[in-house]
Design a protein around this ligand. Structure first.
Ligand code: ZN
Ligand code: ZN
Length: 810
């Protein structure tokens, strides 16, 4: 029984040799190859493809990648046909900025960065299907990005308009609202300005309701759903028409029930009616001055950052509150934006904090219309359940009743109507930069904007040495007149190509579809591939993409579904998100803080298996966790202990009786924990199991085989090496994932008769594998036996294994 199988001395664990060896074998064997196979269930696991920056892979990347790699490796062993692809989201500003600074073509920068990322990823042993690699800057790829854009254009969902944009004076680029962080450029930190610019826009607002409704049908973690829902910002309210100096000004309010409390109106300083009222506004100069002041600020500064309320009253302009018939003053203030709602609001200072602050500052009347607060001291905003006061025919009603009654009244009198509103804005879809997908549109004086015929796609990015933007923010493409001047596909007359390029988010809005059929020249993917692989079963990625990439790609997908291009209305069946890995000091890793950990160094010192395990063991997957050198050493030690199991392995192929239930319980635990991303507790269960092997002093071949299988998704290299050394058939990755037998999970027990001085006094139940000490401890812990022994001394303990204990007590 205890004849050890291994006779020759064990070589030491050397990840440097082992890991390279297995990475080559996996490559040669195409171990992660996926193809359409209707006989097997499919599983499509997706991680966010990286932007190949010059810094290379960060230790944050492998957290998400390893997690999905574990899930995919296990699914393969469970018989699934797994698609786990990778690619490069390679257009974008950092590469272009680096290229400009160092005078290297962005295509070359991209190529170098991709090569670096790829070697880093291979060194970590991720089981990507490298045959399906995509790159958004490849014309064979962006041909289809352009194709989708044309579909959007033809459907009326892409349009060009003059609009106020967030402008980064340093990057010289217009930014989407989402790219502005605290009033500054997300990329370079420069204070963002406001500029008028003609921009391509995508009408994501058209899909606002569908994007909310679709969340019902997907399995996303709750905080992702909540963030998207809040970002889209659906509200139900009413549009109310106010008569103002002979004009009708419509406002949107979510609280039409408070109309009796509307004591003044605020308009955006840019409101076009102001110009129309030039002669009626007595303080027109002051108004114009204020308009200039507001223009200098970004939307974010005007709404979120503003600490002090500012504004100017429009002297000579009066609005009529439609329900009271009274005249109320009209003001302009920068916190009301032209691009949001109607550019005017009704102010109810008693029940809105911002209006209250404004009214207090400028001495405007405050009328309480929902009872319960002290509106002289502060705005009373918690008014979902109050009773109406000072509100004419609404008095005494509940807020809910009043809401209905006032809208019915407005409808009847023609003062307004019910209205659903969304906070979501259309998506700014052009940048005046070089390193992006060319927008396949030409402008003809006669025909306007005309789509390029599909057979002219891809419209490739023209070669140039000068990819820096013009001083006035012109796209670098504008200087390339040979390329710009073309003929109109519609009338054959002279025309100009669009010189703006698409934003960073274009290529990533559909990349998961291309993975399904990456080499197809006839379509973005074949119908068969789309049908087989759709939808992505599980998409794991960063919380920071929730309202950008994740929302944009859902929008494109829903559009493609409506166009009959894709077979499912939602792209991703499931979405999870990981926590950040922080520096050892608990702060966000950054060069300036000097707390960046380079994954290459960790792989070099400890091995990829250790890094993978550590990142999964570091804490709850969805929470942030600080890096710890001590923690990583612990994981390395566990792998070394695993390696030395080869020293104590016996020839027995099955499980030993005493460890059988532990084996089945561990199988169940690890399987479940991998399915629910509780990787840390799954690894802890394996650590507990290995302790049992060492406590016992041996492990059977059968036990070790299962142990290696359970550990394999986390530490694929060392487990394959041991599998081979132990002479098991094939590879771990081709073996079948162990299945837990619930019946055997129950610890086997035996009943022991207890005698005192030869007389039967009771029974105890102990595990089958309990030794003499454990049995005697159980006997003494038994309440009845303990009371019988009270005051006596046990002079002799007789144990007949598996049957009885006889205590000689005096
Ligand atoms: Zn910038
Ligand atoms: Zn034309």
């Amino acid at each position: 029984m205890n004849e050890f199988w291994r006779m020759e001395p064990l070589e030491t664990y050397n990840p440097k040799v082992i890991e390279k060896k297995w990475q080559k074998i996996w490559d040669d064997n195409k171990a992660s190859h996926a193809e359409i196979d209707y006989d097997r269930p499919k599983f499509y696991g997706l991680i966010e493809f990286p932007y190949p920056s010059g810094q290379g892979l960060h230790v944050g990347h492998p957290r998400s990648y390893t997690a999905m790699d574990i899930i995919c490796r296990k699914k393969r062993m469970q018989g699934y046909n797994v698609l786990f692809p990778i690619g490069w989201d390679a257009f974008g500003l950092p590469t272009e900025n680096y290229a400009i600074k160092n005078n290297i073509h962005p295509a070359i920068v991209t190529e170098n960065n991709v090569a670096h990322f790829k070697s880093q990823m291979k060194a970590l042993g991720f089981s990507f299907d490298w045959d399906r690699e995509v790159n958004t800057t490849d014309p064979n790829y962006y041909k289809w990005t352009q194709w989708i854009f044309l579909k959007l254009f033809k459907a009326g969902l892409a349009y060009k308009t003059e609009m106020s944009v967030n402008w980064c004076p340093s990057c010289k680029v217009g930014l989407a609202n989402e790219e502005v962080v605290d009033g500054c450029c997300e990329r370079c930190g420069t204070q963002v300005e406001h500029r008028m610019k003609s921009q391509w826009m995508l009408k994501i607002t058209e899909y606002a309701q569908k994007l909310i409704d679709g969340l019902e049908d997907v399995n996303y973690i709750e905080r992702v759903k909540v963030q998207q829902t809040n970002w889209i910002g659906r509200s139900e309210g009413a549009e109310v028409d106010f008569k103002v100096n002979g004009e009708t000004v419509t406002v949107y309010t979510t609280r039409p029930d408070t109309l009796f409390g509307a004591t003044y109106m605020v308009m955006s300083p840019e409101h076009p009616l102001i110009d129309k009222w030039k002669d009626q506004i007595q303080n027109f100069d002051a108004v114009m001055e204020y308009r200039e002041f507001a223009r200098s600020k970004s939307d974010f500064e005007r709404t979120e950052l503003a600490k002090e309320k500012t504004g100017v009253s429009l002297e000579g302009i009066k609005a009529i509150n439609p329900v009271t018939g009274t005249e109320i003053p009209v003001w302009i203030s920068d916190y009301v934006l032209m691009g949001y709602g109607t550019g005017a609001i009704m102010a109810v200072p008693a029940h809105d904090t911002r209006d209250w602050e404004f009214a207090k500052k400028f001495g405007l009347p405050i009328i309480e219309v929902v009872a319960g607060g002290d509106v002289e001291k502060e705005a009373f905003t918690d008014i979902q359940t109050g009773t109406m006061v000072n509100s004419g025919f609404l008095n005494g009603m509940s807020v809910a009743e009043a809401k209905k009654a006032i809208v019915d009244w407005m409808d009847e009198k023609g003062f307004g109507h019910r209205k659903v509103n969304y906070k979501l804005r259309d998506w700014v879809f052009s940048r005046q930069r070089y390193w992006g997908e060319p927008i396949p549109i030409v402008y003809c004086d006669k025909c306007g904007y005309v789509a390029l015929p599909e057979d002219q796609l891809p419209l490739t990015l023209p070669e140039t040495e000068h990819f820096e933007p013009g001083e006035n923010g012109e796209s670098p493409l504008a200087k390339m007149t040979d390329w710009v001047n073309t003929t109109c596909p519609c009338c054959g007359g002279p025309a100009k190509r669009e010189t703006d390029t698409m934003p960073q988010w274009a290529g990533s809005s559909w990349y998961f579809l291309r993975y399904m059929d990456p080499h197809n020249n006839e379509a973005l993917a074949s119908e068969e591939a789309l049908k087989y692989w759709s939808p992505v079963d599980w998409y794991e990625g960063g919380m920071e993409h929730t309202t950008l990439h994740l929302l944009y790609s859902r929008f494109w997908h829903k559009f493609l579904y409506d166009q009959g291009v894709v077979p499912t209305p939602e792209p991703y069946a499931k979405r999870t998100s990981h926590g950040m890995i922080l520096g050892e000091n608990g702060e966000k890793m950054s060069k300036s803080r000097g707390n960046v950990v380079n994954p290459d160094d960790v792989v070099d010192e400890y091995g990829a298996d250790t890094l993978r395990m550590y990142e999964m063991f570091i804490g709850d997957f969805e929470k942030s966790a600080p890096w710890s050198t001590q923690g990583i050493t612990g994981c390395r030690r566990f792998i070394e202990r695993t390696w030395r199991l080869m020293d104590i392995v016996t020839e027995e192929e099955g499980y030993s009786k005493d460890l059988e239930s532990s084996m089945h319980r561990t199988i169940k635990k690890v399987t479940q924990d991998n399915d629910t991303m509780k990787f840390n507790t799954g690894i802890a269960a394996l650590m507990a199991l290995i302790n049992q092997f060492y406590d016992k002093g041996s492990v059977t071949r059968g036990e070790l085989r299962t142990f290696l299988q359970l550990l394999n998704p986390v530490a694929p290299h060392v487990t394959e090496e041991m599998w081979e050394k132990l002479g098991f058939e094939g590879y771990v990755y081709t073996s079948e994932w162990p299945v837990c037998d619930e019946a055997k999970m129950v610890e086997a027990t035996m009943e022991i008769v207890v005698q005192i001085l030869g007389k039967m006094r009771g029974k105890v139940v102990v595990p089958t594998n309990a030794g003499k000490d454990e049995v005697l401890a159980a006997v003494k812990a038994d309440e009845k036996i303990a009371s019988l022994l009270n005051g006596k001394t046990v002079v002799k303990e007789i144990y007949v294994p598996g049957r009885l204990v006889n205590l000689i007590a005096k």
